[in-house]
Design a protein around this ligand. Structure first.
Ligand SMILES: Cc1ncc(C[n+]2csc(CCOP(=O)(O)OP(=O)(O)O)c2C)c(N)n1
Ligand code: SF4
Ligand SMILES: [Mg+2]
Length: 310
């Protein structure tokens, strides 16, 4: 039998190691959660949306939900593309209609965990009415709102979230409209969980996403996210790295802050944190309790697996 020399053994080990490294590099660590046939994605280099996707998948992995029970819904926009890349039951709906679509899914099959991932324009402009009424009804869905302060996909127009004086394609001298404070809006309408982070706060963002998904009722996580190609360029804010540095230097962790006090002004301090985490009956809890009270035994509880629990 031929015995390998020491040099041969070292060489073979090196080759084996290299092959393993190459294989690792060829495989994305979240491959089983992504529709790899759609990669490369459309997002610009240094856009923050990819970070949100990674955080979301990591957060979802931490929950107890069966993958078959999780649905992801998006509207239209750069952020809205998320539903196309995540390998879950997912729906890329029409502009502004992600929430009603999600509500329909949830009410038709209350066993599902329904999560909306979409943009600030989609959710608070054309979809604003759905946002406030779904929060008011405390419907048991989770919303992750990617706020890049503009309509990015269509060229950087002013949005209901554009800070006063920030420049957009439709506001070349700066915006003179008062923007929404989204955490304040949804909290005042009836949300049960409200948090805000930036795309820099990956660890905290993941934790909030997991908490939001596990919360019963309407939960909302806002992610302040760099749009380098349009918002940063129009406002001369530098590169994606500069924006991350800005978030680092200007975010103030303010757990428990009153959501009505967390407005964002142009390039000033950003309050981040978990602002609200309360218990109250969800829409279906309220429906079941009310109707049971009215109809007694004639009423069959809806969406409750074990009637005895109620
Ligand atoms: C009914 C309708 N109106 C307008 C549009 C054009 N449109 C597509 S995406 C978009 C804005 C998206 O902004 P946002 O939700 O903030 O997503 P972003 O691209 O910033 O991630 C608009 C106005 C459309 N597709 N459908
Ligand atoms: S235009 Fe802005 S939001 Fe859209 S992919 Fe590029 S950087 Fe991201
Ligand atoms: Mg946007």
């Amino acid at each position: 039998m031929k015995v390998d020399t020491m040099e041969n053994v070292v060489e073979k080990t090196k080759t084996r190691k290299k092959t393993q490294e190459q294989t690792d590099m060829e495989h994305h660590p979240l491959e089983s959660w992504l529709r790899m046939d759609r990669i490369p994605h459309i997002w610009c280099s240094t856009c923050g949306i990819g970070t949100v996707v990674t955080c979301f998948i990591e957060a979802l992995k931490k929950t107890e939900f069966e993958r078959n029970d999780v649905c992801v819904v998006s509207g239209i926009g750069c952020s809205g593309r998320i539903s196309g890349y995540i390998k879950q039951d997912s729906f890329h709906t029409t502009h502004g209609r992600a929430i009603p679509f999600a509500v329909g899914l949830k009410l038709a099959n209350p066993r599902l965990k329904v999560i909306v991932l979409s943009g600030d324009g989609d959710l608070s402009s054309i979809g604003g009415n759905h946002l406030i009424h779904t929060a008011r009804r405390n419907i048991d869905i989770t919303i992750i709102c990617i706020n890049n302060f503009i309509y990015a996909m269509t060229g950087g127009q002013v949005a209901p979230t554009t800070p006063l004086t920030a420049v957009a394609t439709t506001a070349p001298y700066g915006s003179y409209e008062n923007p929404f404070n989204l955490p304040g809006l949804v909290a005042s309408c009836g949300a049960t969980y409200v948090a805000r982070w930036t795309a820099l706060h990956v660890r905290r963002l993941k934790t909030s996403m997991t908490e939001a998904m596990q919360k019963k009722g309407f939960s909302f996580v806002e992610v302040i996210c760099p749009c380098t190609t349009l918002y940063a360029r129009k406002n001369k804010l530098g590169s994606g790295l500069d924006l991350m540095k800005f978030y680092h230097d200007n975010s103030i962790i303010s757990h428990g802050a009153d959501p009505k006090d967390v407005d964002i002004s142009f390039q000033s301090k950003i309050k981040v944190g978990k602002f609200l985490d309360i218990e109250k009956p969800s829409y279906l809890d309220g429906y079941n309790k009310y109707m049971k009270g009215k109809l007694g035994d004639k009423f069959k509880l809806y969406g409750v697996e074990d009637e005895e629990e109620h």
